[in-house]
Design a binder for this molecule. Structure first.
Ligand SMILES: Nc1nc2c(c(=O)[nH]1)N[C@H]1C(S)=C(S)[C@@H](COP(=O)(O)OP(=O)(O)OC[C@H]3O[C@@H](n4cnc5c(=O)[nH]c(N)nc54)[C@H](O)[C@@H]3O)O[C@H]1N2
Ligand SMILES: Nc1nc2c(c(=O)[nH]1)N[C@H]1C(S)=C(S)[C@@H](COP(=O)(O)OP(=O)(O)OC[C@H]3O[C@@H](n4cnc5c(=O)[nH]c(N)nc54)[C@H](O)[C@@H]3O)O[C@H]1N2
Ligand code: SF4
Ligand SMILES: [Mo]
Length: 729
């Protein structure tokens, strides 16, 4: 008799830009094949990574049992041990370190490798805060400059319409974004395609002629990395001097435009921000600047599609602030087919808050960081992701809030994903104890003293929020039993409780996994306000909100300003921010300004390292996830892209092995010569695993071998402000 095939709802659960519907066909406890969303529109259809997910779950490289290190840190030599030994050792070290040095000596790097609301790193934070607290990290590598700018300008991160608003635009500028690869909400490219099919012009501003430019773009506008603010300011100049601005909108909804105008015209500093001025900086021709400014101001409505790439720069928040001002000058905020160009979270389906409840961190007692702009306060209590290595090396003597004696990495691969991997290698030699929980032997896992094997999202139940943009939620069902000896993170922390004196019921509240998920829904104001039918969500694995027309951000603030103020101190959109003026930091001016980057083509370092190096998301990876899935390498082999003219002087041919280097490290990698990247700029896909040879030269193609730890004044990872040289190997 044939055994029954069950269709179980699953998804990838990583931080990939999307959250798609998949069904695993399970028979005799094994997933035989997968199927994506074939249901009602809009379908949430998956990408190649989702289709290849079976290769991940059943990968022979899965960590199969807990292990202890027997070689040097980083060498990757381990010996299997029992779960009891692993958990007893971690419990002993946790207690020893807390009792000898205080809980702040435990540095917790819990990140978004798993975006589940129950499992992943959040359950660890619940556990550690019950245990006495820990030092955590701040400064999301994604878009901290954007978060900062959006809070200043709009007082919120929810600034975007639902994506189905895009086809209503008359003109779209995709800027520092590549949604054809980075997804940015599962259906984004679907709606951009609809716009394109309607004949809407889509200009793409990027140093790289991205997949989005190639697929839906009508024009690629190459720009030097780091200079986008200058372009935005010159567009403002054109709009202003040609009197194309929406004066009524500015008067009614914004504060401080007059101060911005004085800066743009040069009244403030003697430098008019003309297209010629910006052209010198950006290398975008003056005619193009004038033309896109006019077109953006006169096509009503017009929409920016803003990504995070240009924000991951030395003064990334200035660009984010500047594009928001353009959206205000043209009255595109709160309009169907328009866009506020803020952080971009959608009006529904955000679900940022509800997760397994995390008690207050005793280490942060008395300090509230919620929504605050005070970077000094943040740094006094947490460590910026970019500075994790420096903090471990220098500790309190270096001005950091902790002398980290224990590092626990959960759902994170900082050696690959944080800047300056070689410094990471040095730093991870120092702590007294390092624990890592992961699915695979990642570059960071190689440094663990105790390494714990965890389950993939197919081996547990969880809730997943849509990637910022809604309007839907996913309930992931367990499709197969945990592979080998793997446990979920939640299970790991639960089993640690009795070992360190936390009653298990305190951690579990006597809830099963599915009871937790229902509870998370129960405490989620968002989900209830949005009318999410939890029974339906649980049963079918996804819940698409029935919306008959696009939902608009700021609709009420725009239609009824008397009763709906913006959530800024002035109640209006802040082109000039008094909060920033009060910070009195010339690098965070109250109006957006262009500030030249310290590691760019005009800096002295360019004599030695003349090429600007940027990284971007790759279509075969979700950050470091999927790097070890061979079939996905075929989609996009890891190569550095270089303009043909830059290769000529260096006598480099397409496919040659080259050395990409600066003072921070060396990457050995094949080169791809192309016209799809600007001269003077080279670009690499992020997320390839750091794989040093005996001389410490990375052969894995890891971008962060080269990137600086610089943080923008608003908190952005400034990894796209990076200079390198390339030579033929
Ligand atoms: N496939 C895939 N998709 C992902 C992810 C992934 O790992 N893989 N990660 C997800 C996550 S967590 C995030 S935060 C987002 C990140 O989303 P983004 O940061 O928007 O994505 P990137 O690809 O890094 O950058 C977007 C574009 O910006 C360009 N760029 C870089 N520097 C500059 C600059 O100075 N100026 C301009 N104008 N453009 C510049 C790059 O060439 C790229 O085409 O992506 C999400 N989507
Ligand atoms: N140079 C450069 N660096 C970048 C970027 C860039 O564009 N360029 N992008 C930045 C961005 S936007 C981000 S968000 C960060 C992402 O940085 P990270 O969050 O560190 O990266 P991920 O690769 O998503 O996930 C880390 C690990 O989580 C593991 N994992 C997956 N599921 C689970 C689970 O359930 N439990 C546990 N314990 N582990 C699990 C994966 O196997 C993986 O090793 O990287 C940043 N770094
Ligand atoms: S990796 Fe992300 S975008 Fe691709 S199928 Fe999985 S959930 Fe969807
Ligand atoms: Mo991110």
């Amino acid at each position: 008799m044939k055994s029954e095939v069950k269709k179980i709802h699953v998804s990838c659960g990583h931080d990939c830009g999307g959250a798609c519907v998949f069904f695993a066909h399970v028979n005799d406890g094994v997933v035989r094949r997968v199927e994506t969303d074939e249901g009602e529109e809009p379908q949430l259809r998956g990408c190649a990574r989702g289709w290849a997910y079976r290769c991940k779950v059943y990968s022979p490289e899965r960590l199969k049992y807990p292990m202890k290190r027997v070689g040097r840190r980083g060498e990757g030599k381990f010996e299997p041990i029992s779960w009891d030994e692993a958990l007893d050792t971690i419990a002993k070290e946790l207690k020893r370190i807390r009792d000898n040095y205080g809980p702040s000596a435990i540095l917790y790097d819990g990140r978004g490798g798993n975006r589940g609301q129950l499992h992943g790193s959040m359950s660890g934070l619940r556990f550690l805060n019950m245990f006495g607290g820990c030092t955590t990290l701040w400064g999301g590598p994604s878009a901290e400059g954007n978060v900062f700018a959006s809070r200043v300008t709009y007082g919120t991160l929810s600034t975007s319409n639902t994506r189905d608003s895009l086809p209503y635009a008359k003109y779209i500028i995709v800027w520092g974004a590549n949604p054809a690869v980075s997804i940015f909400g599962t259906n984004t490219t679907y709606y951009l395609t609809q716009a394109r099919e309607k004949g809407i012009e889509i200009d793409v501003i990027d140093p790289y002629c991205s997949e989005t430019a190639a697929y839906v773009g009508t024009r690629w506008i190459p720009i030097k990395p780091e200079t986008d603010t200058a372009l935005a300011l010159a567009m403002a100049y054109v709009i202003l001097t040609e009197n194309l601005q929406d004066r009524a909108f500015l008067d009614r909804y914004t504060v401080g435009f007059d101060k911005f105008r004085d800066y743009i015209t040069g009244k403030e500093d003697g430098v008019p921000k003309t297209p010629a001025w910006a052209s010198d900086i950006t290398s975008v021709p003056t005619e193009t600047i004038t033309e896109i400014a006019r077109r953006y101001a006169t096509s009503k409505p017009a929409s920016f599609f803003i990504g995070f790439g240009a924000g991951r720069t030395s003064y990334g928040e200035q660009w984010h602030r500047a594009v928001s001002v353009l959206a205000c000058m043209t009255g595109n905020v709160g309009k169907l087919g328009g866009d506020a160009a803020g952080f971009g979270r959608g009006p529904v389906g955000a679900m940022i808050g509800p997760a397994i409840p995390i008690p207050p961190n005793p280490v942060e007692k008395g300090v509230s960081l919620r929504g605050g702009l005070d970077i000094k306060l943040r740094n006094s209590i947490r460590v910026h992701y970019s500075y994790m290595w420096d903090c471990i090396l220098k500790g309190r003597a270096g001005g950091y809030p902790t002398d980290a004696k224990m590092v626990w990495v959960v759902a994170s691969d900082p050696i690959t994903q944080h800047p300056n991997s070689n410094k990471g290698h040095e730093a991870l030699q120092k702590p007294e104890f390092v624990a890592v929980s992961d699915i695979f032997m990642t570059p960071t896992a190689r440094y663990a003293d105790i390494l714990l094997p965890v389950t993939t999202p197919w081996e547990k139940n969880d809730l997943i929020r849509p990637w910022c943009f809604g309007p839907y939620y996913l309930y992931l069902h367990k499709a197969v039993e945990p592979m080998y000896n793997a446990k979920s993170d939640y299970e790991v922390f639960k089993e640690l409780c009795p070992r360190i004196g936390i009653p298990v019921e305190q951690f579990t509240e006597n809830r099963t996994e599915s009871e937790w998920l229902r509870h998370i829904y129960g405490i989620s104001e968002d989900m209830k306000a949005e009318g999410v039918d939890f029974d339906k969500l649980e049963k079918q694995g996804y819940y698409k909100m029935p919306i008959s027309k696009p939902l608009l951000a700021f609709e009420k603030e725009i239609s009824d300003p008397e009763n709906h103020q913006f959530r800024t101190p002035s109640g209006k959109i802040e082109i000039y921010s008094q909060q920033l003026a009060d910070l009195n930091n010339p690098e965070l001016p109250p109006i957006p300004k262009y500030i030249e980057c310290p590691e760019g083509p005009n800096s002295p370092l360019a004599a030695k390292y003349p090429l600007q190096f940027i990284s971007r998301q790759a279509k075969n990876r979700s950050h470091s996830n999927f790097y070890n899935i061979p079939i996905l390498h075929e989609i996009e082999p890891q190569r550095i892209l270089m303009h043909t003219s830059d290769a000529k002087d260096r006598r480099i041919k397409d496919g040659d092995m080259v050395r990409v280097f600066n003072d921070r490290g060396v990457v050995l990698i094949p080169v791809r010569l192309t016209e799809r990247v600007m001269p003077g700029v080279v670009i690499l896909g992020a997320g390839a695993w750091f794989t040093p040879d005996e001389q410490g030269r990375d052969k894995g193609g890891c971008a962060n071998t080269l990137t600086p730890e610089r943080v923008s004044p608003g908190g952005s990872f400034a990894i796209n402000s990076c200079l390198v040289q390339i030579e033929k190997e």
